[in-house]
Design a protein around this ligand. Sequence first.
Ligand code: HEC
Length: 155
Amino acid sequence: MTLIMKIVQRRAAYSRFTMAIGLGLTLMLSACTQPQTDTGRWYTKAQAETGKTLFEANCGVCHGRRAQGLAEDWKKPDASGHYPPPPLNGTAHAWHHPMETLLATIENGGAPVGGVMPAFGDKFSQEQKLALIAYFQSLWPDDIYQQWREIDDRN
Ligand code: HEC
């Protein structure tokens, strides 16, 4: 075998090796970022179930037990200029907000944005707040959920 051929063969073996490593890394990384849950979303069925109970007991009175909203028009402020509690079932605006903002709303209520929703920061643990979000997101159709994911990924 000539020296040149040896070099060429070694190069080919080396590039196969780096490609294999690259592929392995890509697979490992995508395994980490893809949701590995029984819903195909970031939360599990169990989280959404826990959230349902919490939601019905604490949020339903304003947002409706199925998060469907109780006001005739959630875009219309009342006489004092406040907006009614919007639906959270994917038909209104909540899916425009990344996870961080949804958590902050539950934590601090509406006061920081001049709203009237009460703060729940002391009432729920972080897991419970996530479960609440899991519940109302479980009512979102896939296309709305995907749009939210893109917004959340950009954040
Ligand atoms: C006393 C009524 C009331 C209760 C109880 C309440 N909310 Fe709200 N919520 C509101 C109002 C009103 C708004 C609109 C913003 C504002 O005025 O603060 C709102 C807004 C929100 C938003 C933002 C929606 C958007 O489209 O931007 C989220 C998320 C939310 N509420 C979740 C919850 C969760 C979860 C609970 C239960 C833990 C809850 N709310 C309990 C009245 C309420």
